[in-house]
Design a protein. Structure first.
Length: 273
């Protein structure tokens, strides 16, 4: 027990956060929650943990700010090259083939837990490179952090944030601006940034691919199953799911099929019989 966060209030806060978002704080990462609470108190009129707890019970806006602060927004362009290659060399060609068979020309992707936007912009650039000229793409990018979504929507990144972007992509899809780079408007227009809490149904349907990488690790088993089930509902009859390389659906009893490609292992939904 610490003087700042007692066992009683640790239980109260982690229950409140879990009920609101599905994010699970175990005893081993209690110090992370304590650190985030100290940060929030410095930006609050509350002077004690007890006062702050009462304020977030009464103020949904402050609860959203707390949830924003407890999420970890680690991301970068072209993160996990094996996933990038799988999307570029396997998934997109497969989707193009299936779409042509079905008489459709639009590929729909959801970047769930998009953080500051590097992932959806990476996907948009790849789609622009690989899709036939008669195809279009729609990317939905969502996150629990409003602050991260605002950065993503602006599409401006400091120079050190674009490390890892291939030179041809940097030249073709970014504009040099000040001490950083701005995503070109034709790429930004492919993406719709939107606040979404994965604890709830997104309302999205008939998606061709969902990316939700390094997000499930913050949920306990029950919440993970619920999120994965909602992804199943959101995806089209023939579609794909990407999760983090350290995450797995093994033992979760889902309907997704494990798919091993030449580059990485992902999951597939196929209900076409």
């Amino acid at each position: 027990m610490t003087d700042f966060l007692t066992d009683d209030y640790f239980e109260r806060f982690r229950s409140l956060i879990y009920d609101a978002s599905g994010i699970h704080f175990s005893a081993t990462n209690r110090s992370i929650l304590e650190s985030r609470l100290k940060d929030r108190l410095r930006n609050s009129t509350a002077t004690t943990v007890a006062e702050y707890y009462q304020s977030i019970r009464a103020n949904e806006g402050e609860l959203k700010s707390l949830l924003d602060s407890v999420t970890t927004n680690l991301t970068r362009f072209f993160r996990n090259n094996a996933h990038v290659q799988t999307f570029e060399y396997y998934v997109v060609p497969e989707l193009v083939r299936m779409k042509r068979e079905a008489g459709s020309r639009t590929i729909r992707v959801w970047s769930a837990g998009c953080s500051t936007g590097e992932e959806p912009y990476t996907l948009a650039m790849i789609l622009r490179e690989v899709m036939p000229p008669d195809f279009s793409a729609e990317i939905i990018a969502s996150d629990l952090s409003l602050k991260s979504l605002m950065i993503g929507q602006e599409g401006y990144y400091a120079e050190n944030r674009v490390h890892g972007v291939p030179d041809r992509y940097l030249a073709r899809y970014f504009e040099r601006k000040g001490g950083g780079y701005k995503i070109r408007d034709d790429i930004r227009s492919m993406i719709r940034f939107d606040y979404h809490n994965l604890k709830h149904d997104s309302g999205l349907r008939d998606l061709d691919t969902v990316f939700c990488r390094n997000v499930l690790i913050y949920f306990d088993e029950s919440a993970q199953k619920a999120v994965v089930s909602r992804f199943w509902d959101a995806l089209a009859p023939r579609s794909f799911l990407f999760i983090g390389h350290s995450e797995s659906l093994f033992g979760m009893n889902t309907r997704f099929e494990f798919l091993k490609t030449d580059w990485a292992c992902i999951y597939r939904k196929d209900t076409t019989g």
